[in-house]
Design a protein around this ligand. Structure first.
Ligand code: CS2
Ligand code: MG
Length: 402
């Protein structure tokens, strides 16, 4: 079998997605997600200019060799653009291999280790009453774990808080929106928010919170300690994790579980964090970590240190990347939880998928491959529109992590 075509398709059914479609000389097709939110066209160029020419004529069964050739052959390694491009190839090849075998992908990853995949959803509100309503809405949709994010008094726009349809979070269609930030105000406010949520919903509902890279290590340590009484399922991205050693400070002061890694794209990004057990959940997405092949290696490494998976799954991971994640979630032993924001109805028409969401859990389905069909005609009806993630600035105008 040989790859005879490799198409890179950008579509925007409400937000931009980049999809790689590989076609074999036997007419089989495999899909991969190459979406990098706010930098989509960089991945498109990387694929079209530097990857597609290398794929044509190759044997699609040689997944590991193709992956290593794309990773080592570029000389310039890692980074989100490169690894999103490689991820799309990796997933498309696994899709093809499973289709040839006539099996759902999870069967090629070791088979099911569980009956279904536990998820968490996003609840948010500009203030506490709005947040409580949003938690109720997620629970009514079946979620059994909820991430909670609110506005901060005195700030106009804060990460994770948006109005309108929960799963169509706006990635701003012009130049980056400038949001404001005030760490001391946030550190004072968050414990009061969690107090209100626990008072309303009790001690058992698994609650998660995303600090989104905004704190220094000692601020993160203080926050982790201040919220211990609310028994979070995790505190995410509490401090920029490129400084892996910074987590030693956090871990020394708090038992609040820590989750990190959605911006990572190689195992080495986690090495200190995992080997020193400074985190509890590894957050990388299939789409941003180079695909299923390396992500399974990461979780197997993490399992040696009792670190669990928590694959990144916001609406800017396409249904192709989501499907790939769910197959891996079902198969690995050290599964933790799967983030699942869902997608708009239009997106689900462009990417018709076999995975299902029931009672807060996902199942990949048993269609051969990853179980996604791509409606290219509908995709073409929704062309790319430049869109950027927001930028954060402090009161004095200094740029801050968003
Ligand atoms: C967030 C993401 O879901 C999360 O945990 O950190 O939504 C992140 O903001 C986006 O993926 C950025 O594109
Ligand atoms: Mg996050």
């Amino acid at each position: 079998m040989r790859i005879v075509a490799a198409d890179v398709v950008v579509t925007s059914p409400g937000r931009n997605f980049v999809t790689l479609k590989l076609t074999t000389d036997e007419g089989l097709t495999g899909l991969g997600d190459a979406t990098l939110n706010g930098r989509e066209q960089a991945v498109v160029a990387y694929l079209r200019e530097h990857v597609v020419p290398l794929l044509l004529g190759t044997d699609p069964h040689r997944i590991e060799d193709t992956w290593q050739s794309l990773y080592r052959g570029a000389y310039w390694r890692r980074g989100p653009v490169t690894m999103a491009a490689i991820a799309a190839v990796d997933v498309a090849l696994w899709d093809l291999k499973a289709k040839v075998a006539g099996l759902p992908l999870y069967q090629l990853l070791g088979g099911a280790s569980r009956e279904r995949v536990r998820t968490y959803g996003h609840a948010n509100g500009r203030d506490v009453p709005e947040l409580l309503d949003s938690v109720r809405a997620r629970r009514a949709e079946g979620y059994q774990a909820v991430r909670v994010q609110t506005g901060v008094p005195g700030l106009q726009t804060v990460y994770g808080v948006h109005t309108g349809e929960a799963i169509a979070r706006p990635t701003h269609r012009a130049l980056p929106l400038v949001e404001d930030w005030d760490t001391p105000a946030y550190l004072r406010h968050l414990p009061t928010v969690l107090e209100a949520v626990r008072h309303e919903f009790g001690p058992e509902l698994p609650l998660l919170h995303d600090a989104h890279h905004r704190l220094t290590p000692v601020q993160a340590a203080k926050l982790g300690k201040d919220v211990e009484r609310y028994d979070l399922f995790w505190l995410e991205d509490c401090t920029p994790a490129e400084n892996q050693e910074g987590f030693r400070t956090v871990r020394r002061h708090t038992t609040t579980p820590l989750a990190v890694g959605e911006v990572f794209n190689a195992v080495v990004d986690y090495q200190t964090l995992i080997t020193e057990q400074l985190i509890d959940y590894a957050r990388s997405a299939v789409t941003h970590f180079g695909g299923i092949s390396p992500l399974k290696k990461l979780f197997d490494f993490a399992a040696m240190y009792q670190v669990k998976s928590a694959v990144h799954g916001p609406e800017d991971i396409s249904p192709v990347g989501t499907a790939a994640a769910i197959h891996l979630d079902l198969a690995i032993h050290n599964f933790g939880i799967q983030e699942y924001s869902g997608h708009t109805d239009l997106t689900n028409e462009v990417f018709r998928h076999a995975y299902t969401f029931t009672d807060g859990h996902l199942h990949p389905g048993d269609a051969p491959g990853i179980g996604v069909e791509f409606d290219e005609e509908l995709a073409a009806a929704h062309p790319y529109e430049a869109a950027y993630l927001p930028v954060n600035r402090l009161a004095d105008g200094t740029v801050h992590d968003w």
